[in-house]
Design a protein around this ligand. Structure first.
Ligand code: NDP
Ligand code: 2IT
Length: 453
């Protein structure tokens, strides 16, 4: 670690105590940028990185709401408006009991670089709440979403800050949030993305993150003259990103053998076919059940509950060619990374945000496998959000083919940016440096142009 990164990290830790995920995200980026800051003293003197790690605005608010039993509930809501140098703040909302300021700051920080890589004009933001939607009735979800928007609405807008979904926030939640925003503002605008198709949504937005992560893997494989055809893949999670990752891997001739949730994972050695995926989508999106139920229906599959005392996740300990972590942050630790490598994995494409610990990332980079970090590999979701904003502004929807073609082009372009930037800064094939530096340069130059604000 260079002296510059060391002193920067000491300050980040002192100023932002108890935010380990934020420290982790900053450290990874700062390490990549050391070489850029050496070559470009103008970024150092303008304190660009120091400014990027300080959110432009942090909003924290009380969400008080009455549930369907008449009970009063209090949750905490947030919106981190991280950086608006290249466009309105843009990024998802996460509803999960683990949500806190540090987790949302790490996500908002990652989003700045990711959105820059998409080639579209979007700044970075993230928000959410410690509200747990799991097992709650639609009525409870609606009441919470309305109470959340009763405060959030005054901070967002189609040219200011455009939220979308993330963990625990899908089409249902975006609907309730949009309805309340429209009522409060008396305006029908593209203030959220991930909307329903008949009220301003874009085709392919639900699919975009998963499809994009697979397109990115295909691009990486292509550099070695390979394809996904016949490859065995491990996928974690069973939500939005995981489901469409499986769909696209199947379409490209690969075979997926795992899916998970926070309680455990299933292993299906026959592969999760299109028919089996239809069952999973109904189970998770309509009946809102648990992945364990997969084995009630498909008897050949094996369910393994997660053991919190175990220091590795057995999902990552199967023979396969590719891994698509698509659940949550730090789901692959150093032991998991080593298990993946020992099992012959040579592609990792991150659908989730920061799913690999710093030690795990080092192992992937040292092993010279094709490792696509989240801020590049999962940028397809926010990219199609950007396309949804464009369609909303034009008031003209594009066809499925048009959006999918643009998504594929954007993922290809992100891949090219990563490869060329890594090469230009002396670390060929290092997609982490490529993504961090590629994302940074555009934001940094915009900040220089716009002065000290
Ligand atoms: P969903 O809520 O649809 O699904 C999340 C999945 O991950 C569920 O299977 C959930 O299991 C599991 N999960 C969540 N938290 C944990 C945890 N702490 N430990 C273990 N498993 C967990 O979310 P998405 O699919 O949208 O998001 C998945 C990941 O992808 C996140 O990292 C998100 O930030 C990232 N991402 C999402 C994008 C999007 O467009 N939606 C875009 C880019 C990245 P359970 O039901 O048990 O909670
Ligand atoms: O992490 C992410 O990129 C998302 N959750 C999607 C953000 C968006 O605005 O579509």
């Amino acid at each position: 670690m260079s002296d510059y990164v060391k002193s920067l990290m000491a300050e980040v830790r002192a100023k932002n105590p108890a935010q380990p995920e934020f420290h982790q995200a900053v450290e990874e980026v700062a390490e990549s940028l050391a070489v850029v800051l050496d070559r470009h003293p103008e970024y150092r003197s303008a304190k660009i990185l120091e400014r990027i790690i300080e959110p432009e605005r942090v909003i924290s608010f009380r969400v008080a709401w009455v549930d369907d039993q008449g009970e009063v509930n209090i949750n905490r809501g947030y919106r981190i408006e991280m950086n608006s140098a290249i466009g309105p703040y843009k990024g998802g909302l996460r509803f999960h009991p683990s949500v806190n300021l540090g987790i949302l700051k790490f996500l908002a920080f990652e989003q700045v670089f990711k959105n820059s890589l998409t080639t579209l004009p979007m700044g970075g933001g993230k928000g959410g709440s410690d509200f747990d939607p799991k097992g709650k009735s639609d009525l409870k979800i609606m009441r919470f979403c309305q109470a959340f928007m009763n405060e959030l609405f005054r901070h967002i807008g189609p040219d200011t800050d455009v939220p979308a979904g993330d963990i625990g926030v899908g089409g249902r939640e975006i609907g309730y949030l949009f309805g309340q925003y429209k009522k409060l503002r008396n305006e029908f605008t593209g203030v959220l993305t991930g909307k329903g198709l008949n009220w301003g949504g874009s085709l392919i937005r639900p699919e975009a993150t998963g499809y994009g992560a697979v397109y990115f893997a295909a691009e990486m494989l292509n550099t070695r003259g390979k394809t996904l055809e016949g490859k065995t893949c491990l996928v974690s999670g069973s939500g939005n990103v995981a489901q469409y990752t499986v769909e696209k891997i199947n379409q490209l001739g690969g075979k997926v053998v795992t899916l998970s949730d926070s309680n455990g994972y299933i292993y299906d050695d026959e592969g999760i076919s299109r028919e089996k995926l239809t069952f999973v989508m109904d189970l998770k999106n309509v009946r809102r059940g648990r992945i364990k139920e997969y084995t009630d229906k498909f008897k050949n599959a094996v369910y393994t509950p997660l053991d919190p005392k175990q220091d590795f996740n057995p999902l990552w300990n199967h023979k396969a060619h590719c891994a698509f972590p698509s659940a949550t942050q730090n789901e692959i630790n150093a032991k998991d990374a080593q298990n993946l490598l020992n099992n012959g994995i040579f592609v990792v494409s991150e659908g989730a945000n920061m799913p690999t610990t710093i030690e795990g990332v080092k192992l992937f980079l040292d092993s010279k496998i094709l490792y696509g970090p989240g801020k590049a590999a999962n940028a397809g979701g926010v990219a199609v959000s950007g396309l949804e904003m464009a369609q909303n502004s034009m008031r003209l929807p594009w066809t499925r083919e048009e959006v999918d073609t643009r998504l594929r082009m954007i993922m290809k372009e992100i891949h090219t940016t990563c490869v060329q930037t890594a090469e230009r800064f002396g670390t060929p094939d290092n997609y982490v440096n490529g993504a961090n530096i590629g994302g940074f340069l555009k934001v940094a130059d915009a900040m220089i142009d716009q002065g000290v604000v």
